[in-house]
Design a protein around this ligand. Structure first.
Ligand SMILES: *[C@@H]1O[C@H](CO)[C@@H](O)[C@H](O)[C@H]1NC(C)=O
Ligand SMILES: *[C@@H]1O[C@H](CO)[C@@H](O)[C@H](O)[C@H]1NC(C)=O
Ligand SMILES: *[C@@H]1O[C@H](CO)[C@@H](O)[C@H](O)[C@H]1NC(C)=O
Length: 339
């Protein structure tokens, strides 16, 4: 079985190298590109692409409030129309979707109403133009532009409306988690501003681990992660699309962080484990406590051998209210809302 998987992995890697080969691509990719306010982007380790232009793939920002939870308005970083929604006291949560998705899908929009009971404004970042096309390495490169677009928009809201960035929370799924990290990093690097919080929901692993694209603890005052489909790159074929690497102040590994008890055999559903992170986050808003124990590994957790069994934190929205840093483990139920 293992040999067979390794064989499959080699084929996947070969396809990746062919697809990712700049000589075979459309010839428009130089190893560096610069876009005015967004600065320059270079090829990075594993990713021999630079992002497309903001004109071509620019993100759309839809704004929702408790009074206006469905008919959304838009904001952009070109002009300040609708910026008056924001002021010094506004709390905001941004939702950033994953690869091949768009911001209007129900798995994301389901979060809006419960979040609007906790935050004044929800901003849905639709970067679907940058996330489509099946050329994964290109989409990964595009994440860098989308991250800086969010960073620049926040910079404008801060300078023009006095938006308090400590009240801003970015929630990103899969590649969206890394976009959130890149947004926070751009704010820091370019404008010396620090973002309040980032939550990475099953942050993508393949070809991102160990690169400059990866979300980091230093990208915001508080960074938390929920890992639901983590594994080595060789296990991508088993639906292990998330990173196992801890990246935040708190990293949560429900049910061990690789397999989920409610997901069928991976070949029957490749994405169930990955999307589970969104389900957990949703039910954490007002249904589940998800008390988790600080521990060194799932094995130690399941055999009651954690070094700090009394350090407990809640997974999900409320994790920032609990103290402690490190990796946390918990078991969940098998049926929604899984607690
Ligand atoms: C602001 O920019 C958007 C998008 O570029 C455009 O549709 C809108 O008309 C502009 N509004 C104003 C007042 O310039
Ligand atoms: C600031 O914005 C919040 C919601 O975003 C609103 O509740 C509050 O009334 C606004 N304050 C002022 C002074 O406009
Ligand atoms: C696979 O899992 C996802 C996420 O849980 C779910 O939305 C989808 O309906 C499932 N697909 C099938 C074919 O079961």
């Amino acid at each position: 079985m293992l040999k067979q998987l390794k064989g499959q992995f080699k084929i996947i890697l070969l396809c990746f190298l062919l697809v990712n080969n700049p000589i075979l691509s459309d010839g428009q990719d130089l190893n560096e590109v610069c876009y005015e306010i967004f600065g320059c982007f270079k090829w990075t380790r594993f990713i021999f692409f630079t992002p497309d232009s903001p004109e071509k793939i620019g993100a759309i920002f839809r704004v929702y409030t408790a009074e206006d939870p469905i008919e959304s308005r838009q904001i952009n970083y070109h002009n300040s129309s609708n910026y008056d929604i924001f002021n010094e006291t506004t709390s905001v949560v941004f939702i950033i979707h994953g690869w091949l998705d768009n911001g209007q899908e129900s798995r994301y929009t389901n979060l809006f109403t419960p979040l609007l009971a906790k935050y004044d404004v929800v901003v849905s970042v639709d970067w679907s133009k940058a996330a489509s096309g099946l050329l994964y390495p290109k989409n990964v490169a595009n994440c860098q532009l989308t991250g800086r677009e969010i960073g620049y928009l926040l910079y404008r809201l801060q300078t023009e409306r006095g938006l308090d960035l400590s009240r801003v929370h970015l929630v990103g799924f899969s590649l969206g988690a890394h976009i959130a990290g890149l947004a926070g990093r751009w704010l820091k690097q370019q404008y010396s501003l620090t973002l309040g919080r980032i939550t990475g929901l099953d942050a993508a692993g393949p070809f991102i681990d160990g690169t400059i694209i990866q979300i980091k603890k230093s990208d915001a005052v508080y960074v938390d992660g929920i890992h639901t489909s983590s594994g080595s790159i060789a296990s991508v074929v088993l639906g292990r699309l998330g990173t196992k690497t801890p990246f935040g102040h708190k990293d949560f590994y429900p049910n061990g962080g690789s397999d989920q008890p409610f997901c069928p055999f991976p070949f029957l559903n490749m994405t169930c484990r990955h999307y589970a992170a969104i389900d957990f986050f949703l039910s954490s808003i007002n249904q589940c406590e998800y008390k988790s124990t600080k521990c060194e590994s799932w094995k130690q957790f399941t055999s009651d051998k954690c070094d700090e069994p009394h350090t407990i934190a809640r997974m999900g929205l409320k994790s920032n209210e609990d103290s402690g840093e490190g990796s946390f483990y918990l078991s969940t139920g098998k049926d929604y809302p899984y607690c």
